[in-house]
Write a protein that binds this ligand. Structure first.
Ligand SMILES: Cc1ncc(COP(=O)(O)O)c(C=O)c1O
Length: 340
């Protein structure tokens, strides 16, 4: 039985259990449907087996050993991956998301910081290359070493994850890939290759680009079962409505409809005819001839367009499941005013 069908199941027992609202008392009526489906591991529902089945099915679909559904974002996936890797030393990008360092600190391992090349023209960091990884693991060669890389970067620069994983595994180094911004990659040949099949651990946020609700995410492992590590930082009362959206989200991405959605998104962005500066077309980088990134951002905002991230040189607009043609058309009109 899937999680989706467990949540559809009508229960006729009087539940003297947590949550005490029992799906019948709504503190905030606007979300009464959420309360109705907010079940826990009681016998009347028994959703744990459905969760295990859903995670096992997902691992098959992604072609990995284990997939875990996360209801506390990629943040929890990264921290758990570092704990699960059992590394003593870990190479961490000095500009990475704070969860990388937090994870290493919680896992009690020694942090070795590294830097990656900066693209001055765009005011953005590039993705780490195999050569850079090779130099790092040669320089810091030691037992129980791990490296965590961010691919794609926030702005859509992707690493050659296949070659990097080969390099790491030749030297016995565990590879963790923060693919928080690449959850669509396993479902499209027009996007960079996903790390899921190559890395020891890969973390993806469904909520960032893949249509998931905040903060749903996935942790994939080709190493050990990360359940133990996850249990060290996770609640023992997970949100089954959220977990169920993850199951439905993966079903959607893997469906003909989902793939068509991604194809349409990519072809819609291509029609904007903008210069492509990165490896992932869904993260639109805009660089204006005369305006700074901040000036452009401000002007776009005045015309009803809010970007995801801006620096002095460029502005990035994030697209994903939910960015429809109408939104892109609106963007096109505004960009035309600015000479793009
Ligand atoms: C590169 C990167 N990794 C990890 C995270 C954390 O992701 P989440 O918000 O899903 O916890 C973020 C969030 O912005 C991110 O940009």
């Amino acid at each position: 039985m899937s999680l989706i069908s467990v949540l559809k199941h009508k229960n006729n027992k009087a539940l003297f259990t947590t949550p005490s609202h029992g799906g019948k008392f709504f503190v905030l009526h606007k979300f009464y449907q959420w309360y109705k489906h907010d079940i826990s591991e009681v016998e009347a529902y028994n959703p744990m087996k459905a969760l295990q089945d859903a995670e096992r099915k997902a691992s098959g679909l992604y072609g990995v050993k284990y997939t875990k559904f996360l209801t506390n974002g990629s943040t929890s996936g990264v921290i758990s991956a570092i704990i699960a890797s059992e590394c003593k030393d870990i190479l961490i990008w000095n500009n990475a998301h704070p969860c990388h360092k937090n994870g290493a600190e919680l896992a009690g391992c020694n942090i070795i910081e590294y830097s990656v090349e900066f693209n001055e023209d765009l005011g953005l960091y590039k993705a780490i290359t195999p050569t850079e990884v090779s130099e790092l693991i040669d320089k810091y060669e030691r037992k129980d070493l791990a490296i965590i890389i961010t691919s794609p970067t926030y702005e859509g620069f992707a690493s050659d994850v296949k070659t990097i994983s080969e390099l790491c595994h030749k030297k016995g180094v565990k590879l963790i890939v923060d693919e928080a911004h690449g959850a669509l990659y396993p479902f499209s040949e027009n996007l960079p290759e996903s790390a899921v099949k190559y890395a020891d651990y890969t973390v993806q946020s469904l909520h960032k680009t893949a249509g998931g609700i905040n903060p749903t995410a996935l942790l994939h492992s080709n190493d050990k079962d990360p359940s133990d590590a996850l249990s060290k930082i996770n609640t023992t009362s997970p949100s089954y409505p959220m977990l169920t959206t993850i199951e439905a989200n993966i079903n959607f991405l893997n469906s003909i409809r989902g793939k068509k959605y991604i194809d349409n998104l990519i072809s819609g962005i291509k029609k904007l005819n903008l210069p492509l500066y990165n490896d992932d077309i869904t993260k639109i980088i805009l660089k204006h001839q005369t305006l700074s990134g901040f000036e452009l951002s401000e002007r776009l905002y005045k015309h009803g367009i809010e970007d995801e991230r801006t620096n002095e040189k460029s502005t990035m607009l994030l697209c994903g499941i939910g960015t429809d043609d109408k939104k892109l058309q609106r963007l096109k009109k505004v960009l035309n005013n600015f000479g793009f």
